[in-house]
Write a protein that binds this ligand. Structure first.
Ligand SMILES: [Zn+2]
Length: 167
């Protein structure tokens, strides 16, 4: 599967991850999906998620929040899944790879999940789409790497993530 991150969605995902660093952030992804492709148009970070260093929980009222979406102007889009960050600090580096609990979550939701690994880094890396199917690069004093996953027949598989850098 291909996951295409529109630049506005990428901006919000990276910005929310930087804001919460070195804690995790999470949120919803909205857009369009077919069997082979998901287009992420919008990302909505949860402001009231419970942030810890190694995990983050959605707000208690998540299901209530999701029910309000069709009443908002985004009604024509579908909820595709979610995103969350894997912050790193010091010498540690946590890849944007789903943990066991991430996998359970993705399988339960039957959706897509975008994971952002983020750390402070001195070396500048030109942002771009990588052959590994990930998107990575520098933003200010941070380095990020984004990967996408999806549920397929009860298993979590890695998607090919692309985005536009036409600005
Ligand atoms: Zn995770």
């Amino acid at each position: 599967m291909n996951i295409y991150l529109e630049r506005e969605a990428r901006l919000i995902i990276v910005f929310a991850s930087i804001e919460a660093h070195a804690r995790e952030t999470l949120g919803l992804l909205l857009g369009y999906r077919t069997a082979k492709e998901a287009i992420v148009k919008l990302a909505i970070p949860y402001q009231t998620s419970k942030r810890k260093f190694s995990e983050v929980e959605p707000p208690r009222k998540e299901s209530q929040l999701v029910k309000t979406l069709p009443d908002l102007p985004t009604a024509h889009m579908d909820i595709l899944g979610g995103f969350h960050s894997h912050p790193s600090w010091g010498e540690k580096w946590y890849e944007p790879v789903p943990t066991e609990s991430d996998k359970e979550w993705i399988i339960k939701n039957k959706g897509i999940e975008v994971i952002v690994a983020l750390k402070k880094a001195k070396k500048y890396v030109e942002p771009g789409v990588r052959q590994s199917g990930e998107v990575s690069g520098s933003v200010g004093p941070y380095y990020y790497k984004i990967a996408g996953y999806y549920e397929d027949d009860g298993e979590v598989k890695k998607a090919t993530l692309t985005t536009a850098f036409d600005y």
